[in-house]
Design a protein. Structure first.
Length: 117
């Protein structure tokens, strides 16, 4: 009975049935992306227009883990005094704060520059 106590069916979604009695399904552990040092990052700061005519400052090019991206996003939002989000490899800050964000990233040791928009 203990064999069936480890119910990992969610990990096996999309796997086709095997008739091999010795088959052992192996789950792939997602590899954590190693976060590059700030001086090795190459960030771009963009201005993006959202629905309703609103604008947002977008930081693209971050290479690293989602936790490190979220931490950097939180620091930028706090320093600018606005809201935003950090997901899918980019940080979105509400409003046009390109100059402030470039200044903050440069002080933190990141290589960044103002791009587009």
């Amino acid at each position: 009975m203990a064999k069936y106590m480890d119910n990992d069916w969610k990990d096996r979604l999309g796997v086709v049935f095997s008739t091999n009695p010795d088959y052992q399904f192996q789950t792939s552990d997602d590899e954590q992306i190693e976060t590059l040092a700030p001086e090795r990052q190459n960030l771009r700061v963009w201005l993006d227009r959202l629905k309703g005519g609103r604008v947002a400052t977008v930081v693209r090019g971050f290479v690293g883990s989602a936790d490190d991206l979220a931490a950097l996003g939180k620091e930028l939002k706090k320093s600018c005094g606005v809201g935003g989000t950090a997901k899918d490899g980019e940080i979105i800050i509400q409003g046009d704060h390109r100059d402030r964000v470039v200044e903050l990233l440069t002080k933190a040791g990141y290589r960044c520059k103002r791009a587009g928009g």
